[in-house]
Design a protein around this ligand. Sequence first.
Ligand code: NAP
Ligand code: GLV
Length: 309
Amino acid sequence: MDILFHATGANPEAWLSAFQQAIPGASIRVWQEGDTAPADYALVWKPPAAMLRGRTDLKAIFNLGAGVDAILQLGDALPPGVPVIRLDDAGMGIQMAEFVAHAVLRYFRRLDAYALQNTDQLWRFLKPFDKQSFSIGVLGLGVLGQRIIEALRQFDFPLNGWSRTPKDLPGVHCYSGQDGLDGFLRASRVLVAILPLTPETEDILNCENLAKLPRGAYVINVARGAHLVEADLLALIQQQHIAGATLDVFREEPLPPVHPFWQEPRISITPHISALTLRDDSARQIAAKIQMLQAGLAISGLVDQHRGY
Ligand code: NAP
Ligand code: GLV
């Protein structure tokens, strides 16, 4: 079995060794410009168009992440009829749950405000928030959104969720579709974005939608930077409609040093680390899926290229 590998920004040796261990007997090579020799599978993260163009011999393309926006942007360069498979959790769910639970609890327990008081050596009691009015709304109820919800359940917050198709999750007020968005936003004091980036979800965190959140709301974006209209968030923070934001993803990454977000103490910034692709977990998951495909079995994580995720 021949496997092509390319992952922008990753150490190819470490990945090759993880895949070699997980798929013994396979011949795995790092794709080089001009390599058009046949291959059965491609393992990729942000691949160049030239790697995949015309490769209708591939049995599947495995994306080394959950989000497929970068690969679908290749458009015509993606070989027609070749399935694209995304990572299904593969250790990212627990990381997302940790990250979002931390951000939510930091706001709910006012630790962001106490940290600011620390810098002024200020010993001052802040009125606790009422839990029943501190509802958490999760935009996106897929693999990662549902794992976040599962973690937040432990803390008894009122929970809302929004997805494209209707869902029924225990203890969660589920909204769906464009018609459900307004009610979802008005009912959510904390907004967590964990959507895929598609034409429908780009710019969804804009002034019109963010203004529907209750006054004093918090925004947590762990999905993609292009969901957020950055100037709209800044304006709403300055107007004190939004009390704070935790942002892990940005339109431009790394976030440029001159970006105004760096100067806003109510915005917490991390460098796209809320859920990292774990090499060994991912290699094991992909190896198991290749085995299933070879045996003619159905696998999960198949991307609907028309839908965009
Ligand atoms: P997923 O399983 O495909 O779930 C996507 C969810 O979003 C589904 O519930 C889907 O609705 C919903 N959705 C999609 N389009 C929608 C629309 N137009 N309106 C309403 N809901 C919509 O994806 P996942 O594995 O949870 O991952 C989500 C995203 O997280 C990835 O695409 C990636 O961009 C991001 N991510 C970020 C990091 C990081 O480190 N920051 C790490 C991993 C992933 P249905 O259920 O109705 O289909
Ligand atoms: C990371 O951002 C991913 O999509 O897996």
